[in-house]
Write a protein that binds this ligand. Structure first.
Ligand code: PLP
Length: 404
């Protein structure tokens, strides 16, 4: 009940959905407080510490007095390092005027929807999607146009489905490869086919490449903007240091875009967050310019864990789990459990299963509905081998006790 003195929130704020993972998360924390040892497959960040050279660069910056406001779009050295990185890693030519550094890639994305989407305009979002996209689009007054993708097609958007969903209100597509939550990686040919549709309709696309470096089986990242000059004009590339360099708490992300977009984002940011943290920018600079060995080592660890968790999950009867090409998530299909019981509890969907796994198995996993699809769980393997081993053992105990 709202009393007269209750402060009424703006409709904008009232429309924000709380994350479906929150209930699981709150329960897991409660169990931990009660002294129950819960193993979490829920985390969306590397478990490694930030490489020491990066920390030292930030400490040195602090000691040198880089503690003041910087240029809103980031210090020139960092923007230049990003330009150089885009050239070396991705074979892309940008100028520093096309780069805006923000408080994480999430902030870059938020800014982009704010400057690009008018109320009522549609943004095409392939599902399973990263949950924040949909909320950010709504906060901009936009309408998410969610397109379901399918396990049989490795959860990838097809050019036909893209084209079918383009209408006069369509403003943007958002594409995330490698993907959170599925780990899917679009091949060059698949990107070319989507790019052809985008160019034909002159439809801009945000390319979220935050998991670029987390690729397995010898794959090479293909950046969407490299495919043709016409396409590059339509691409807004988003990336950051969080996932590649174990720097999630530092909050440094960036975008590369045609100048008018970059300028609009910088203007918006000048009236909201101003510059990203001054000394964190020096840490990010070291991440991009310094040795890439620590980052490569992390990927090697992820690769080994991925093999292990896949093998274990695929060993559970009735579970199918595709081999993800990138990121640090597996996305098993658990729909065979629906309609079964664990003791007295009927499992009707993945959220029910996640609840049973937490309560009786003491493991935290995220149901796929959090990402817009039913029938799946997301397990992050950004946790050590011992946890994975014990966690899947616990999963197996619950799984094998499910009764029709
Ligand atoms: C983690 C993540 C981001 C944002 O990362 P930041 O820490 O804000 O740089 C963006 N997109 C996806 C898909 C992510 O998983």
């Amino acid at each position: 009940m709202e009393s007269e003195t209750t402060i009424r929130l703006a409709d904008r704020a009232r429309g924000i959905s709380t994350s479906p993972t929150m209930a699981i998360d709150a329960r897991a924390k409660q169990m931990t407080r009660e002294g129950i040892h819960v193993i979490s497959f829920g985390v969306g960040e590397p478990d490694f510490d930030t490489p020491v050279t990066i920390k030292e660069a930030a400490i040195a910056a602090l000691n040198k007095g880089f503690t003041k406001y910087t240029s809103v779009a980031g210090i020139e050295d960092l923007k230049q390092a990003i330009v150089d990185k885009l050239k070396t890693d991705n074979d892309l030519e940008y100028s520093t005027g096309q780069i805006v550094v923000s408080n994480g890639a999430k902030h870059s994305l938020y800014n982009l929807f704010q400057v690009m989407v008018n109320p009522g305009e549609e943004v095409i979002v392939p599902a399973p999607y990263w949950v924040s996209y949909v909320e950010m689009i709504k906060l901009a007054g936009g309408v998410p146009c969610v397109i379901r993708t399918w396990e049989e097609n490795d959860f990838k958007l097809t050019p036909a489905d893209l084209e079918k969903n383009i209408n006069p209100r369509t403003k943007l597509l958002i594409l995330n490869s490698p993907s959170n939550p599925t780990g899917s990686v679009y091949t060059r040919r698949e990107l070319e086919a989507l790019g052809e549709v985008l160019v034909r309709y002159r439809l801009p696309v945000i390319s979220d490449e935050i998991y670029e470096k987390l690729l397995y089986d010898g794959q090479k990242h293909v950046s969407l903007a490299t495919l043709s000059p016409e396409l590059k004009e339509l691409v807004i590339l988003v990336n950051g240091v969080s996932k590649s360099y174990a720097m999630t708490g530092w909050r440094i992300g960036y975008l590369a875009a045609p100048v008018p977009i970059a300028q609009a984002v910088a203007d918006l940011q000048s009236h909201s967050a101003s510059n990203p943290n001054s000394f964190a920018q020096w840490g990010a600079l070291e991440a991009l310019r310094g040795s890439q060995e620590p980052a490569k080592e992390m990927v090697a660890h992820f690769a080994t864990r991925r093999e292990y968790i896949l093998e274990r999950l695929q060993g559970l009867e009735g579970i199918t789990c595709r081999r993800p090409g990138g990121a640090f998530y597996v996305f098993p299909n658990v729909s065979i459990a629906f309609g079964k019981r664990y003791r007295d509890e009927l499992i009707q969907d993945a959220a029910d299963l996640a609840k049973v796994l937490l309560t009786y198995g003491r493991i935290a996993v995220v149901p796929g509905v959090a990402f817009g699809v039913e029938g799946y769980l997301r397990l992050s393997y950004a946790t050590n081998r011992k946890n994975i081993e014990e966690g899947i053992n616990r999963f197996a105990v619950v799984w094998n006790e499910l009764k029709a």
